[in-house]
Design a binder for this molecule. Structure first.
Ligand code: SF4
Length: 94
């Protein structure tokens, strides 16, 4: 059996994003580049971007690992909770 790469395994996961109730909310007016870049670099799904002095985030594709919540210390991420039942990620292979 062929060994699967991490990207191949992640590609098997299914996502059911809750478009009307994002489980993560950021402070769009937060501008401290150093603090923002800590979150940008920490997110394994690369959902945070830093463009033109602003943080940009899309919760679709979130792995629900909680890393951004811990790393930001409440500075970039204002709200973090798990998606409501049946929404969010459905892991298949890791
Ligand atoms: S919970 Fe994990 S995957 Fe989701 S946005 Fe935060 S760091 Fe990225």
């Amino acid at each position: 059996m062929k060994k699967m790469s991490v990207d191949d395994k992640l590609g098997l996961n299914k996502f059911y994003p809750d478009e009307h109730n994002p489980h993560i909310e950021i402070d769009p007016d937060f501008t401290d580049e150093k603090e923002i870049m800590r979150v940008v670099k920490a997110c394994p799904a690369e959902l945070y971007k830093y463009e033109n002095g602003k943080v940009i985030f899309n919760h679709e594709g979130c792995l629900e690992c909680g890393t951004c919540r811990v790393v930001s210390g409440g500075k970039v991420v204002r709200v973090w909770h798990y998606p409501v039942g049946s929404m969010g990620i459905e892991y298949r292979q890791g």
